[in-house]
Design a binder for this molecule. Sequence first.
Ligand code: SF4
Length: 323
Amino acid sequence: MDTPYVSLNQWLRQQFQTKVIKLSLNANLGCPNRQNGKSGCIFCSAGGSGDFAGPKEASITAQLQQQKALLAKKWPSARYIAYFQAYTNTFAPVDVLRRLYEEALSFEGVVGLAIATRPDCLGEDVLTLLKELSKRTFLWVELGFQTSKESTARSIMRGYDNAVYDQAVSALAACQIPVVTHLIFGLPGETTEDMLSSVRYVCRRPLWGIKLQLLHVLRQTPLAQQYETAPFPLLDQETYLDLLCRALPLIPPHVVIHRLTGDGPKKDLIGPLWSANKKAALNAMQKAFVDKKVRQGSDIFAKECKNYFPTAFLSCRKTGFDI
Ligand code: SF4
């Protein structure tokens, strides 16, 4: 099917010539934004925004085994990206990180690593480790940025300012490590222009992939408390689709789209409830793209963004892939 954007699924299939699936892991590393009296980003769930990751008590190998077993019947020849998803996955001494990453890489069928972290947790020693690993495997780093509007960043308790993000993406790009940035649409008080500004902000900087997510209010989060005390408007489906239709043309064609919807646990979702039906949301999205003739990168803005992570650069690493 001709999709009007480069999806991660498509991109991985093209690179690896087979189905590649992310297996979500919880390395139980915690998060500096949830320690020493800090309550974390206000939308973050008890599971550290990794609610589909394996159980934190289980080893990395056991978590990979469990998830592979569930998928093996449907996708017998799939390969896997070990996705360190929950909490902050560079928040530990480098020898601990090395052991965790190496354990994942040694698991049969794993062809790469995805590491979700915060821009303020990428010290020199961590970057050196990531750079070393990225020379022999396919590796990307995901950064939770959410918004470029500093006042919103403060109100959601993101815990760092934009300059920290800028510095982190420059450092990762200097190490030739692909960056995936996570943005949230629908944060309290943000206008359409604020959200589109965030898209432009990240696209002007080193970027290989992007995740766009609808704000979910999840039970037992500071955001849920706020919503219950002083309810604020949540995005309806039409508004969210309109935002996507305006955002996609801004995103340069070389940027891989990792996500266009939210993915929170249904049992904890307070709102927006329409997003719980993921299949219907995805169908409505595809229809909106066709009806409005939306294409990734069609806006003049996208054409002027620099291509920091050309596909050719990633392809050349394929020589080291075990497939
Ligand atoms: S940085 Fe990630 S894990 Fe930490 S509080 Fe924010 S969303 Fe949660």
